[in-house]
Design a protein around this ligand. Structure first.
Ligand SMILES: *[C@@H]1O[C@H](CO)[C@@H](O)[C@H](O)[C@H]1NC(C)=O
Ligand SMILES: *[C@@H]1O[C@H](CO)[C@@H](O)[C@H](O)[C@H]1NC(C)=O
Ligand SMILES: *[C@@H]1O[C@H](CO)[C@@H](O)[C@H](O)[C@H]1NC(C)=O
Ligand SMILES: *[C@@H]1O[C@H](CO)[C@@H](O)[C@H](O)[C@H]1NC(C)=O
Ligand SMILES: *[C@@H]1O[C@H](CO)[C@@H](O)[C@H](O)[C@H]1NC(C)=O
Ligand SMILES: *[C@@H]1O[C@H](CO)[C@@H](O)[C@H](O)[C@H]1NC(C)=O
Ligand SMILES: *[C@@H]1O[C@H](CO)[C@@H](O)[C@H](O)[C@H]1NC(C)=O
Length: 443
C-alpha cells in the first residue's frame, strides 16, 4: 500500500494519449432514463443559503476553468493537461458490481473518469453509502498498464502491471487508485440496463468533498467518460428550476430525443455545433456569437468569446456543473451597462452574494411592477431566449433583484441556472448541442 502512495508522488513524464475507439455496446437500441438530484436537495437550506452555496461553488468552478486554461497554456504543446474541472451540481443514481450496489455519483460534464471510493481505503472522504469493496464483486477486473483505457488517462502510472490513475480536480479535490473494469447498472426501474466491462477508477486515496455523493461520473467528450464508453454517445437532461424541489431528469442513448413542445411560448428545437478546444478536449465548447438585451445586439467583439489558439484560454463552455453564468469581463461589462440603462430601478453598490454585482434595489412589498429587458444568448445557428426566471433572481438576504451572471477572466461558462427548463441534448456523434424550452418538472 505504501508503495502506491510513494509512487503517486513520483512525477512521471507526460504520456501522449491515443485516441481510443470503443465499439457500440448494442445495435443502437441502448439507453436509459435516470433521476438527477441537486446536491443540496433535502438538506433544509433556505433559498438565500442555497443561492450563496451555489455562488460559492460556481466561483470555485470558474476558478478551476481558469487554472485549467493556465495549465493548458504550458502543456498544450507537449501533452494534455493534468487538472480537471471541479465538482458538479447534480447526483446521478447508479449501481456498481455484482450484485449491484446502489450509489449516487456527481455528474460532471467537465471531466471524463467514472470513479468511486473503494475499500480498503488509505484515505477516503465521507460518503453516504458504504465504500465499494472489489473483493466482494466477481465481475471486478483490474486493468493492465497496456490496456487502451489506461492509455486514455491524462496521467497514467503503472504499479506491478496494474494501471493506476490520479485525478486532480480544480478545487484541490483528488482521487487516485486502480483503473478497473466492472459491471454497472443504470436507469430507473422501467429502463434499467446492466452494462459489463465499464472502465472506472477504484479510488483508495481521495481528498476533497463529494457533496453527499459517493463518487463522480464523467460525461465529458473523452474516451473514458460514461457517454463515450456506452457506445451511444448522446445524452440529454432537463434541469428543474434552481429553487424547485422536483428532481431533474437525465436521458441516455435512445431516450435522449427532444420533443418540440406544443405550448405556445416554446420555440422550435435549435442546434449549434460543438467546438473542440485542443487544450481541453473533454469540455463542451460552444460558438457563442453575441448577446441581445431588450432586442438590441450588444456591440461585443466576437473575439471576446473565441478560444485563443495560442494557449487554449477563452471560449465558452456549457456546463451543468456551474450554477451561474460567467462571462468574459468585456462582454459582462456591456451586458451590465445595458441592464443599468434599461431597468428602471436604482443600482445597488453592495455585492451580495459576492459575485453578483448587477443588483437593483427593489423596494419591499407592495412591490412596483418592473419590466425587465429580454435577454437572448446567440450561438452559431441557434438563439437561446432566456425566460425571465433564468436570468433574474431575488437575493433572499437583501431582497435585491440581481442578474444571475458574473464576470470572469480566461473563459466564459454557461451555467445551469440559465439552462434550467430547457431540454438540452448533447450529441457527441454528430458534435452538436440542441435545446428546446420544456417544463422539466413535468417530465
Ligand atoms: C449532506 O446532507 C446532509 C443532510 O441531507 C446535509 O446536512 C449536509 O450538509 C450535506 N453535506 C454536504 C457536504 O453537502
Ligand atoms: C423501483 O424499484 C424499487 C426497488 O425494486 C422500488 O422500491 C420502487 O418502488 C420502484 N419504483 C417505481 C417507480 O416503480
Ligand atoms: C475491459 O473492458 C474492455 C471493454 O469492454 C475490454 O475490451 C477489455 O478486454 C476488458 N479488460 C478486462 C481485463 O476485463
Ligand atoms: C417524446 O415524445 C415521445 C412520444 O410522444 C415520448 O414517448 C417520449 O417519452 C418523449 N420524450 C421526452 C424526453 O419527453
Ligand atoms: C402536439 O399536439 C398534437 C395535437 O394535440 C398532438 O397530436 C401531438 O402529439 C403533440 N405533439 C407533442 C410532441 O406533444
Ligand atoms: C457606488 O459606488 C460608486 C463608485 O464606487 C460611488 O461613486 C457611489 O457614490 C456609490 N453609490 C452609493 C449609493 O453608495
Ligand atoms: C462561429 O460562428 C461564426 C458565425 O457562424 C463563424 O463565422 C465562425 O467561423 C465560427 N467559429 C468557429 C470557431 O467555428
Amino acid at each position: 500500500m505504501d508503495n502506491i502512495a510513494v509512487l503517486l508522488l513520483v512525477l512521471l513524464p507526460l504520456l501522449l494519449s491515443f485516441v481510443v475507439a470503443v465499439a457500440a455496446r448494442s445495435d443502437g437500441g441502448f439507453g436509459f432514463q435516470a433521476t438527477l438530484t441537486h446536491i443540496d436537495a433535502g438538506a433544509g437550506y433556505t433559498e438565500a443559503q442555497l443561492l450563496s452555496r451555489a455562488v460559492r461553488r460556481s466561483r470555485s468552478r470558474v476558478a478551476a476553468l481558469q487554472s485549467l486554461a493556465a495549465t493548458a497554456a504550458d502543456a498544450i504543446t507537449t501533452a494534455r493537461i493534468l487538472v480537471q474541472a471541479s465538482e458538479g451540481e447534480y447526483l446521478m443514481s447508479m449501481a456498481i458490481g455484482t450484485p449491484p450496489r446502489d450509489y449516487s455519483a456527481i455528474l460532471d460534464t467537465g471531466s471524463d473518469l467514472i470513479w468511486t471510493q473503494c475499500a480498503p481505503c488509505m484515505l477516503c472522504v465521507d460518503q453516504p453509502t458504504p465504500f465499494f469493496d472489489p473483493a466482494k464483486s466477481p465481475t471486478y477486473r483490474k486493468l493492465s498498464c497496456s490496456s487502451p483505457m489506461c492509455d486514455a488517462l491524462y496521467y497514467p502510472s503503472c504499479y506491478k502491471d496494474t494501471c493506476v490513475y490520479q485525478y486532480f480536480y480544480g478545487d484541490s479535490a483528488s482521487s487516485a487508485g486502480v483503473l478497473a473494469n466492472e459491471t454497472f447498472t443504470f436507469g430507473t426501474n422501467g429502463t434499467r440496463v446492466t452494462v459489463p466491462k465499464v472502465a472506472f477508477g477504484c479510488g483508495s486515496l481521495n481528498a476533497g468533498s463529494l457533496y453527499n455523493g459517493s463518487g463522480m461520473v464523467g460525461f465529458g467528450r473523452g474516451p473514458l467518460s460514461l457517454v463515450s464508453q456506452l457506445g451511444v454517445p448522446r445524452f440529454s437532461y432537463c434541469l428543474t428550476s434552481f429553487m424547485s424541489t422536483v428532481p431533474s431528469r437525465l436521458y441516455f442513448g435512445v431516450y435522449a430525443t427532444l420533443n418540440s413542445s406544443n405550448t405556445s411560448d416554446a420555440g422550435p428545437v435549435q442546434s449549434t455545433p460543438f467546438i473542440v478546444n485542443p487544450a481541453l478536449p473533454t469540455m463542451y465548447y460552444l460558438n457563442m456569437t453575441g448577446i441581445s438585451v431588450g432586442g438590441d445586439l450588444l456591440p461585443i467583439d466576437p473575439s471576446v468569446f473565441a478560444i485563443n489558439d495560442d494557449d487554449g484560454t477563452g471560449g465558452v463552455v456549457i456546463d451543468s456543473g456551474a450554477t451561474l453564468t460567467y462571462l468574459e469581463q468585456a462582454a459582462y461589462d456591456m451586458l451590465r451597462q445595458a441592464f443599468v440603462a434599461l431597468v428602471g430601478l436604482p443600482l445597488v453598490n453592495a455585492t451580495s452574494p459576492d459575485d453578483l454585482d448587477t443588483c437593483f434595489k427593489w423596494p419591499p412589498p407592495p412591490r412596483k411592477i418592473v419590466t425587465m429587458p429580454e435577454l437572448v444568448l446567440h450561438f452559431e445557428g441557434a438563439h437561446m431566449e432566456l425566460p425571465l426566471e433564468n436570468y433574474m433572481l431575488i437575493d433572499g438576504s437583501t431582497g435585491n433583484l440581481c442578474l444571475a451572471m458574473a464576470a470572469s477572466d480566461g473563459g466564459s461558462i454557461i451555467g445551469s441556472f440559465q439552462h434550467s427548463n430547457f431540454h438540452v441534448l448533447y450529441d457527441n456523434e454528430n458534435s452538436f448541442l440542441s435545446f428546446v424550452p420544456a417544463p422539466c418538472n413535468l417530465m
